[in-house]
Design a protein around this ligand. Structure first.
Ligand code: MG
Length: 173
């Protein structure tokens, strides 16, 4: 039976290890810090979680299927590309993003002063008003891999709605 519901929700999660000598990029924002996130691409854990949430909401699998981390095309890739391409896929299927909510889990650096910049960056990338983009930050309470500052993780949730004028084939709704 076809799902005629005009809304879909999607959840995303990602973790990357902190490593000396790597750039730290969160939500498309370059952050000055002695350590950055290790990964095949630029390891932007926020954009990876967000891309996964969008893919999940649209029933399109996960980021690893679309951008395998053993594919040389994505070596050092700017993760804004993953998000933008995913947004275009969703648009062509007749989906628009209603709002996103993101929680970044990091013991260091202190994200409180950076949340506004990350929110502005995400709103700009997603072409959304900032009121529809929320960024929260939590430490790991000094326990576990987050609390020992060995890694940064991110949780993201996205709500999609059917656009009034689908740009492509919407027969899967
Ligand atoms: Mg990742």
């Amino acid at each position: 039976m076809m799902n005629r519901c005009p809304y879909r929700v999607g959840l995303g999660h990602d973790t990357h290890r902190l490593e000396l000598g790597r750039p730290l990029i969160l939500g498309g924002v370059r952050i000055e810090h002695p350590r950055g996130l290790a990964g095949h691409s630029d390891a932007d854990v926020v954009l990876h979680a967000l891309t996964d949430a969008m893919l999940g909401a649209a029933g399109l699998g996960d980021i690893g299927e679309s951008y395998p981390d053993d594919d040389p095309r994505w070596a050092q890739a700017n993760s804004t590309r993953f998000l933008r391409e995913t947004m275009n896929r969703l648009k062509s299927l007749g989906w628009v993003t209603v709002n996103v909510d993101v929680t970044i889990l990091a013991q260091e650096p202190k994200l409180g002063p950076l949340k506004t910049r990350i929110r502005e960056s995400l709103a700009s990338l997603l072409e959304l008003d900032e009121t529809n983009v929320n960024v929260k930050a939590k430490t790991g309470e000094r326990v576990g891999h987050i609390g020992r500052a060995e890694a940064i993780a991110c949780l993201a949730i996205v709500l999609l709605a059917r656009s009034e004028e689908p740009l492509g084939n919407s027969s899967s709704f």
